[in-house]
Design a protein. Structure first.
Length: 137
């Protein structure tokens, strides 16, 4: 009987594994773009705006800016989570993305945000890059 208990426990873990790994493997912390947007819309501590069709969610308290592609965008649906972090004495943007579209438009979206982050990083005054106050969002 004792040998069946570990086997039963393993079977339960394996049965639950798909449900657990979906959220855990998403780099944005949600298992889908729809779940992320729905959860963020329910939070009273964030600011939500529509800019050029994009849904922009500003979580200022945590230094996180979310961007959701609009319907009709080649990478729709996609969520991009950008986190302002300090590392090695400077400010950096940690970008995470969940894109549910085809690979090519998702790759293009990732490159667009990489370029946007690079431009933003270069525009931050030197005093902010060397550990000063974070730049305004």
């Amino acid at each position: 009987m004792l040998s069946r208990v570990p086997l039963l426990a393993l079977a339960c873990v394996l049965a639950l594994a798909p449900a657990m790994t979906a959220a855990e493997t998403s780099s944005i912390g949600y298992s889908s773009v729809a779940e992320a947007l729905s959860s963020l819309r329910a939070r009273p501590d964030v600011t939500i705006q529509i800019k050029a069709g994009w849904t922009i969610v500003d979580d200022r308290a945590h230094g996180i800016l979310w961007s959701f592609t609009p319907p009709g965008h080649p990478a729709y649906p996609a969520a991009v989570k950008r986190i302002l972090v300090t590392r090695d004495g400077g400010w950096y943007v940690d970008t995470r993305m969940l894109c549910e579209a085809e690979k090519e438009p998702c790759d293009k979206l990732a490159q667009d945000f990489y370029d946007l982050n690079d431009n933003m990083r270069r525009s931050i005054p030197h005093k902010h890059r060397s550990g000063g106050q974070p730049p305004p969002q």
